[in-house]
Design a protein around this ligand. Structure first.
Ligand code: 475
Length: 835
């Protein structure tokens, strides 16, 4: 046993005490000694920082005890490798998990400060694009809450996802400066930096035992510095680590260049090195073969694997047992170079024989696929790959050669199959196919919802399914109820806890107890009031920031997610225009008042998505200002949708738009966050919608549209969008109005690319689903008119969402893939979790 951290650290009371007086003193102390400010000159950010440090002080003991426990007990550990962690603000979440929310709120009040204001001050770490990155964040939350030894590995981007502004209806991207005022939640560990090699060549040499070995002679070497962030579990002593790598120049750099006398060149080259972790690629669900992106992937994966080996060495464990000590989850193919890197480390650096190394590697990795979209599948041009990672390419060739031999034996005389399954795409320009490498190098492969996992087996990964059926499994996504209910919707959380106790926060299935209260008119009344109050908050926000008055009694109909054609925000827009046209034709038409809210970012290079934003804003301009509408419909595009703002949005929805073309949305997770906050879903049979509908009951879900199977059949039989345009007068009027320039100050060309894409191709079958969607929206409007009936459905949605906790997802991963038992962390009485 090694004892890295002494057991008897003495900690000053001001850094651990959680009574109000101590908290206040500690807060002012941090303001003075860390921010170097006193209250009269402190900015709001100074106060935020002082509070963040005060809270951080109170979790450090748990964090160090957890680290120490893992080092000493050397338990099986989950390593979650992800190029993205879309964390959202830390302060509120840590207050909740420490059980300090109320007492800190009180302490701040006594100092004349408002906790909500201070929480607003936090610049969130937006180190992800959307679903995939946010899922990683939910999973590390659940891993800590379930007391599983785990570490998240990723990239410390200096600039995360861009901030979005809207100018003249168009998206404008602004650099995300999340680190500009410092990050109180991270601890740099320069002493634990590692080196990563790039480029160059390989050479053969004979080692001291006369064995042929291969050595990689790199073109350049980079340094990876880890920055650690504690990830607290909810009401546990476990605080796991999120370790994000920053690229720097190695010290040796100065040395060489200074010797050559090229001072400026040396400094320049040094800052070039930092480029690797400068910025997050903002493309959701699309792959561009950019070299810097491959450099990012290899950089963080190499650092992480070397780090894992180093930890085993501290623990005196032999690398022979690497796969027993670690289960490495690949969050999509982005970290898949890890398969080749672990092989390289074992073969070249630690002298393993091929078979032994391959055995360890393929018992270590598991791969999660997040998308079926062909444009998202990662492939790297061979020449680029070879110049950056020459040794890895050799290893991949060897893996491929042995793998194709296996395929040949199982499926003789099937050249097409070999070509499809090869890790190297040789059909034209040559590429390395990362999904193929992930499938060959992993012992488990999973999709993220039942339908998605089935489609993977039948389509994208069909050959691999036939080769290795035993590797395939499904783990339906989930989301953390700590952030997306307790923190984001305290009114609802309190109402629930008052009725059924607080067990639901850790065992979300207990929400089912709420079903009993569906019949309780008082409860329905209280439930409705909660929703009303939250909607009022959002309405206030909209009035303040957009100078638009929205009616909090209207139906809040929200679509918040990345902007993408397959997600069909423009189908929603077509419906808005439909309603508008009806009102224009009959200004006295009795319709259910609605507020249409949109939020989401478009990839900066995705023209159609940006045009969809412009379309929504243009429709909003006309609809919101037309006196004939008489405020019965309002449209608002909420700018800069991020985790912090999402937390205000989910609770305020009456209706959640989950309207992707069936077969395209792998799972969706926003769908879960809306539903557990009482929104009803209008949705297609896509992704996890299917399972949500099953869970909440088909009567409490608004279903429309083609099924995935019907979508394929329709396309196969020659889909022609004009048929729908010509046969549906209401649809025709919508398209014609958009094409006429009515919504674009008379410019008939503005939306032409979008309309042409609908009329001449309509890859995502908007026109085919239009009528079904409109009719379904009519059912929604009718249902909303009976507010008591609506409330019953809404309550049942909340009550039946237990399955969609990320705790359940993590338990599925543990049971079927990781097999890593929980480990209790002991913390002396005086700092134990207070609930
Ligand atoms: C799915 N992102 C959601 C969510 O499983 C699903 C791809 C390439 C490069 C950068 N980002 C990506 C994704 O593929 C992604 O976010 N996928 C999403 O993963 C979690 O719920 O349906 O679209």
């Amino acid at each position: 046993m090694v004892s890295i951290v002494p057991n008897n650290i003495q900690i000053e009371d001001d850094r651990t005490g959680i009574d109000i007086e101590t908290l206040k003193r500690a807060f002012l102390d941090n303001l003075f000694y860390i921010q170097a400010k006193f209250p009269r000159i402190a900015t709001k950010n100074d106060y935020y920082m002082a509070l963040a440090y005060t809270v951080r002080d109170r979790l450090l003991n748990r964090w160090l005890r957890t680290t120490q426990t893992y080092l000493e007990k050397a338990p099986r550990t989950v390593a979650y490798l992800s190029a993205e962690f879309l964390l959202g603000p830390h302060l509120g979440n840590n207050l909740i998990n420490l059980g300090l929310y109320n007492v800190v709120k009180q302490a701040m009040e006594e100092l004349g400060l408002n906790l909500t204001d201070l929480l607003e001050q936090e610049e969130e770490p937006g180190l992800g694009n959307g679903g995939l990155g946010r899922l990683a964040a939910c999973y590390i939350d659940s891993l800590a809450t379930l007391e599983i030894p785990a570490i998240g590995y990723g990239i410390r981007y200096q600039f995360g996802i861009f901030d979005q502004e809207i100018k003249d209806g168009w998206q404008v991207e602004i650099t995300d400066l999340w680190l500009q005022y410092g990050n109180p939640w991270e601890v740099a560990r320069p002493e634990a930096a590692l080196e990563v090699k790039f480029g160059g060549r390989t050479e053969v040499y004979t080692d001291e035992h006369g064995r042929y070995r291969i050595r990689w002679v790199p073109f350049k070497v980079m340094k990876g510095v880890p920055y650690d962030t504690p990830i607290l579990g909810f009401q546990t002593n476990t605080a796991n680590t999120l370790r994000l790598w920053k690229a720097e120049a190695p010290e040796s750099f100065d040395f060489e260049a200074f010797n050559k006398g090229d001072y400026f060149g040396a400094v320049h080259a040094k800052s070039e090195c930092e480029n690797i972790t400068k910025v997050l690629y903002p493309n959701d669900e699309s792959h561009q073969g950019k070299q810097l992106r491959l450099e990012q992937q290899y950089f963080f994966v190499s650092c992480s694997l070397q780090d894992m080996i180093r930890i085993m060495q501290i623990q005196n464990l032999t690398l022979e047992r690497f796969h027993e000590h670690y289960a490495i989850q690949l969050n999509d193919t982005h970290p898949t170079i890890g398969v080749a890197e672990l092989m390289r480390l074992l073969l070249d650096e630690y002298g393993f024989e091929w078979d032994r190394a391959w055995n360890i590697t393929t018992r270590t990795f598991a791969y999660t696929n997040h998308t079926l979209l062909p444009e998202a599948l990662e492939r790297w041009p061979l020449a680029m790959f070879a110049s950056l990672l020459p040794r890895h390419l050799e290893i991949i060739y060897e893996i491929n050669c042995r793998f194709l031999d296996e395929v040949r034996i199982k499926f003789p005389d099937d050249g097409d199959r070999l070509r499809r399954m090869s890790i190297i795409d040789e059909s034209g320009e040559r590429y390395v196919r990362m999904a193929n490498l992930a499938c060959v190098g992993s012992f488990a492969i999973n999709g993220v919802a039942e339908l998605h996992s089935e489609l993977l087996k039948q389509t994208t990964l069909h050959d691999f399914y036939e080769m290795y059926p035993e590797k395939f499994t499904n783990v339906t996504n989930g989301v953390t109820p700590r952030r997306f209910m307790l923190l984001s919707n305290p009114r609802l959380a309190n109402l629930i806890t008052n009725k059924i106790g607080d067990g639901w926060i850790k065992r979300l299935d207990e929400l089912r107890k709420l079903e009993d209260f569906v019949h309780d008119a008082n409860f329905r009344h209280d439930f409705r009031q909660v929703k009303q109050a939250v909607k009022q908050d959002l309405a206030d926000h909209i009035r303040t920031h957009y100078s638009i008055d929205v009616n909090p009694n209207s139906l809040f109909d929200i679509q918040a997610k990345r902007i993408h054609e397959y997600k069909r925000q423009h189908l929603n827009a077509l419906y808005i225009v439909t309603l508008y046209n009806r009102l224009k034709a009959d200004p006295d038409l009795d319709i259910t008042p609605r507020t249409f809210l949109f939020g989401g970012k478009a990839a900066p290079g995705y023209y159609m998505a940006k045009l969809m934003i412009k379309l929504i804003n243009s429709i909003a301009d006309v609809v919101n200002n037309d006196p004939d509408v008489r405020d019965r419909i309002k449209v608002v595009f909420l700018k800069d949708y991020n985790v912090k703002f999402a937390q205000r949005v989910y609770p305020a929805a009456d209706l959640s738009e989950q309207i992707s073309t069936a077969g395209k949305e792998a799972s969706g997770t926003g769908n879960m966050k809306f539903s557990m906050n009482g929104a009803l879903t209008i949705g297609t049979l896509d992704g996890a919608n299917i399972e949500i509908r099953e869970a909440v009951g088909v009567d409490n879900f608004f279903l429309f549209g083609l099924t995935a199977e019907e979508v394929l059949a329709k396309k196969a039989s020659g889909y022609n969008p004009w048929d729908y345009y010509n046969s549906n007068p209401e649809l025709k009027l919508v398209i014609d109005r958009l094409a006429s320039g009515f919504f674009s100050h008379g410019d008939p060309n503005l939306f032409k690319p979008l309309l042409d894409s609908l009329l001449y191709r309509d890859e995502y079958l908007l026109l085919a689903d239009y009528q079904s969607y409109v009719e379904c929206q009519e059912r929604v409007s009718q249902a909303y008119r009976d507010s008591d009936y609506w409330t019953r459905m809404s309550i049942l949605n909340v009550a039946r969402m237990g399955k969609f906790s990320s705790d359940r997802s993590i338990q599925d991963y543990l049971q079927h893939i990781w097999k890593a038992p929980a480990v209790k962390v002991d913390v002396p009485e005086y700092t134990q979790s207070h609930s």
